[in-house]
Design a protein around this ligand. Structure first.
Ligand code: IPM
Ligand code: MG
Length: 352
């Protein structure tokens, strides 16, 4: 039976960059059955829910999900269940995609695009491993209410030891396959969940004597990421800290448009998406950088379809396109010539 991939382009620049990724994916793997589903604001606009049942059925029948982006300004202020982002929330929760892996790499030649000094980011290569299905995003109660006649709201941060254990193992395994350094980030001076987090990570560490583990408080980690980014190899942290730190780490590269991500569960099923989000301000202009989406397709091949060969082929083609000077508009000085989404994709296809 041929392998099936659910393609969910979503909103904003999602459709443009997903189209680019799909072209690359189908060039290296014409045998894959790629079926498109409508989610997020695009589904809400049709009077459907953010994650319609027919899209769930499509995902159930697939080996992996190639995801674009969700989120549109017209839904700001609506309750979560009526927002495009709810699609992502449900996919992560219902498919138990607990491990979010966000590699941050600076392409050589792009050091000057970073807002940090080029020598701080040259050769930067780190991975943020974010716990994705627990913590304050999902804990109950989670609601707005009136308490003693006053408007109030509550979110609940809760972790269970097994949730910390499984994400810690993903991070230790990854560090073991890389430069063998793991930084666990928490806020154990204040938060009980962080004290549990640190205790569990320390408990697992002896299984990985070859990996050097250290702990950082999240505020300090935010600072060290811009002060000495090159010292990090793998960072593991809980859901909300990971959301924030992964955006910070992403922009070290000069453009969030270059960063892919994987959200996976133990059996290898996963969702692959650009870190950049829907970027509604540039949607429809044909200028979005498709790198993150293309590299997400490579991660999909490697992690869900166990196809290292074609994953590496795509990654080499992207490297080659940058080495030959291919640049989308956010990576050049204002007024300098740049490539459209489509032209950049052609450059990658040509390098395959
Ligand atoms: C991310 C995004 C999402 C998150 C939003 C769109 C719900 O910021 O994947 O980092 O906060 O997890
Ligand atoms: Mg985020």
């Amino acid at each position: 039976m041929s392998q099936r991939v659910a393609v969910l382009p979503g909103d904003g620049i999602g459709p443009e960059v997903t189209h680019a990724a799909l072209r690359v994916l189908q060039t290296v793997r014409p045998d894959l059955v790629c079926e498109v589903g409508t989610v997020g604001g695009a589904a809400l606009a049709r009077g459907e829910s953010a994650l319609p049942d027919h899209v769930r059925t499509l995902c159930d029948a697939s080996a992996a999900i190639l995801f674009g982006a969700v989120g549109l300004p017209e839904y700001d202020g609506k309750p979560l269940a009526e927002r495009p982002e709810y699609a992502l929330f449900l996919l992560r929760r219902d498919y138990e995609l607990f491990a979010n892996i966000r590699p941050v790499r600076v392409f050589s030649g792009l050091e000057d695009a970073s807002s940090l000094k080029a020598e701080l980011v040259r050769g930067l290569d780190l991975v943020v491993v974010r716990e994705l299905t627990g913590g304050i995003y999902f804990g109950q109660p989670k609601e707005q209410r009136i308490i003693d006649g006053v408007e109030a709201a509550v979110d609940t941060m809760i972790y269970h030891a097994p949730e910390v254990e499984r994400i810690a193992r993903v991070a230790f395994d990854l560090a073991r396959a890389r430069r063998k350094r793991l930084t666990s980030v928490d806020k154990q001076n204040i938060l009980e969940t962080s004290r549990l987090w640190r205790r569990v990570v320390d408990r697992i560490a002896p299984e990985y004597p070859d990996v050097q583990l250290d702990h950082l408080l999240v505020d300090n980690a935010a600072m060290q990421l811009v002060r000495r980014p090159g010292d990090f190899d793998v960072i593991v942290t809980e859901n909300m800290f990971g959301d924030i730190l992964s955006d910070e780490a992403a922009i070290l590269t000069g453009s969030v448009g270059t960063l892919p991500s994987a959200s996976i569960r133990a059996d290898g099923f996963g969702l692959y998406e650009p870190v950049s989000g829907s970027a509604p301000d540039i949607a429809g202009k044909g200028i979005a950088n498709p790198t993150a989406a293309i590299l997400s397709a490579a991660m999909l091949l490697r992690m869900s379809l166990h196809d290292d060969e074609h994953a590496a082929q795509i990654e080499r083609a992207v490297d080659a396109a940058y080495a030959h000077g291919a640049r989308t508009s956010e990576l050049v000085h204002p007024g300098m010539p740049s490539l459209s989404t489509q032209a950049f994709t052609e450059a990658v296809l040509a390098a395959l």
